[in-house]
Design a protein. Sequence first.
Length: 405
Amino acid sequence: MAHETARQALGEPHGSEPLPRTAEVVVIGGGVIGASTAFHLAEAGVRDVLVLERDTPASGSSGKPIGGVRAQFSDPLNIRLGQRSLRAWREFGDRPGADVGLDRVGYLFLLRRDEDVAAFREATAVQRELGVDSRLVRPREAHRLCPFLDPDAIIAAAHSPDDGFALPGPAVLGYLRAARGLGARVRTHCAVTGFERDGEALTAVRTTAGTVRTGTVVCAAGAWSGEIAALAGLSLPVVPLRRQIALTGPIVPAPPRIPFTLDFTSTLYFHGDNAGGLVLGLSDPRQEPGFGREFTEEWLEPFRAAAARVAPALAELEPAGGGWAGLYEMTPDRNALIGEAPGARRFLYATGFSGHGFLQAPAVGEIVRDLYLGREPFLDVGPLAATRFAPAGSRATARPEAHII
């Protein structure tokens, strides 16, 4: 049903739109990063943008996240990406024009260790210097914000009222509809099978539907980006990792409106939904890398153990509303990869967001647009180049980021 809705929203008859022979820019991936990139390119006047999606829009990782949006990070790069994107999510109804269900409930990080309080105090100071409305709060105030919380279980919390969550599916479709209105094309059910090159210059993309001549490729294939790069003889250190979410279904009485709440020690997180229930999640440390996306319930064991410590009322909740599994696109330092590949001119990439792709997508679309057009982006993303993982001697280094869930 979701796939059919996506096709109808884009006006595509089951992905049978003919594949064009040429395109100025080929964007690989019909998720939120590819959709944002296509919109920003088309809006800037790039005349011939083609998005290739092997299934349907938002059918990969972008259809699965809980849609958290925030600027509460420790690395100034991520803070600024989050800030820029938060502004775009707030204005999405006007530009590009879609309702993404933005709910600014805030974010609340629960802190149970002295060293975490010290780290978040330092990060909060950086955030505030950059204009983020965030602060440390005492346990009783954290309990007031989130009544599920046992205030005796924590020693502090970090709160920002401007953060929240939005709906990834409508965001992807909103970007793609607007991009098509500006002349971009979207070809679904079209998998990339290889590339053609003339030395370091890309000349074509080969697909299951034929070959497209082009001089520029943007790899926005999420967890599959490493495989796409390998087809071009390049390396992007992206590893797929399953993450799962459970839905409680309606709760009686209905839960109060609460922030997006995260226990930093265990990675347990939860927030309300629009059906009178809760969304529950946890990063299971036992999860092995891989492309499996089936929903299972073994991760509920560590979730319940963590909930019993910080939010006891959640410990016995059952996923009566079902659940789903999606893929994080992990990098070695859990920060994004954004740049242009050396050794293959005009192979741009925006991937490896390690769980932050949705929230950073608006800003990243702007940045990729500027990299293509030769403009100076609002933010220097040189430190996010994939070459930071090159052998010793490279000038780039791994990025630090403490606020990872």
